[in-house]
Design a protein around this ligand. Structure first.
Ligand SMILES: Nc1ncnc2c1ncn2[C@@H]1O[C@H](COP(=O)(O)OP(=O)(O)O)[C@@H](O)[C@H]1O
Ligand SMILES: [Mg+2]
Length: 257
């Protein structure tokens, strides 16, 4: 790891970990939600985080994205240290994209405007450049023809793809996805998963919390099983699924829940 003159961590060279999580402890009040979590994500990795409800998956993602403070340990994402206060928020937003279960599109703005808003405000792009980028990312998620639609005119799956496009438009180095398909019907889930698979194939570094076990097994190259606020088991997908080391993980994949 490299440090600058003030002891701050510098951006990691390519090929090294894009996300480093070390011995992270996070409390909500008296409740220890993350209990010594460590994790490395390398450029181009697609990491699936799985585990029972309440095991700390969303909290871990939110900590990675600087949305939650931590009490112990260290998180460095795309060269930004996060977890203790809110410094460098704008830089972080530019480098790290996050998509949630709820799409959070602005209902009174067209699809195009939903996407260009952050480009003009956060990235200071010209209107023309922002519109060009919006076209490009909408094409990427298969919604080029919905540019001038309003969110309510779209299906849930289409809205979620717009949310992904909006995040992509900022050209993040890493994308975090938290159960982005869990509010969708199965047929709409498929189209969103396809977009994520395309992104993974295109080399995007991605960390996703998901209940879609078949998808995780097929597309993720690394899997992290969380249990009781800890990384209970983690490793290359095939290895992990073919020989569970703990009864908790075996039980989890046995029941599928
Ligand atoms: N903002 C919060 N305040 C208090 N407790 C929380 C908060 N967010 C999550 N928790 C608790 O932290 C634990 C982990 O939650 P979460 O990270 O959402 O788990 P998962 O995403 O794996 O279902 C749960 O016990 C949950 O109730
Ligand atoms: Mg969650």
């Amino acid at each position: 790891m490299a440090f600058d003159a003030n002891g701050a961590v510098l951006a990691e060279p390519q090929g090294d970990a894009v996300v480093k999580v070390r011995d992270v402890v996070k409390f909500f009040g008296q409740l220890k939600v993350l209990d010594g979590v460590s994790l490395d994500v390398k450029a181009g990795d697609m990491v699936a985080i799985i585990g029972r409800s309440g095991s700390g998956k969303s909290t871990l993602l939110r900590c990675m994205n600087g949305l939650e403070d931590i009490q112990e340990g260290k998180i460095v994402i795309c060269g930004h240290e996060v977890g203790y206060g809110q410094s460098n928020r704008a830089d972080l937003r530019r480098d790290v994209g996050m998509v949630f279960q709820s799409y959070n599109l602005f209902p009174h703005l067209t699809v195009q405007r939903n996407i260009t808003l952050a480009l003009t405000l956060v990235k200071k792009k010209s209107k023309a450049e922002a519109q060009r980028l919006a076209e490009q990312v909408l094409d990427q998620v298969g919604l080029a023809d919905k540019m001038l639609s309003y969110p309510e005119q779209l299906s849930g799956g289409q809205q979620q793809r717009v949310a992904i496009a909006r995040s992509l438009a900022l050209s993040p180095q890493v994308m975090l996805f938290d159960e982005v398909t869990s509010a969708l019907d199965p047929e709409l889930t498929v189209e969103v998963l396809r977009v994520m698979e395309d992104l993974a194939k295109g080399g995007m570094t991605m960390i996703l919390v998901t209940h879609e076990m078949a998808f995780a097994q097929r597309v993720a190259n690394q899997v992290v099983f969380m249990h009781k606020g800890k990384v209970w088991e983690a490793g290359p997908t095939r290895e992990l699924f073919s020989s569970p080391k703990t009864s908790e993980f075996a039980q989890f994949i046995g029941t599928g829940l």
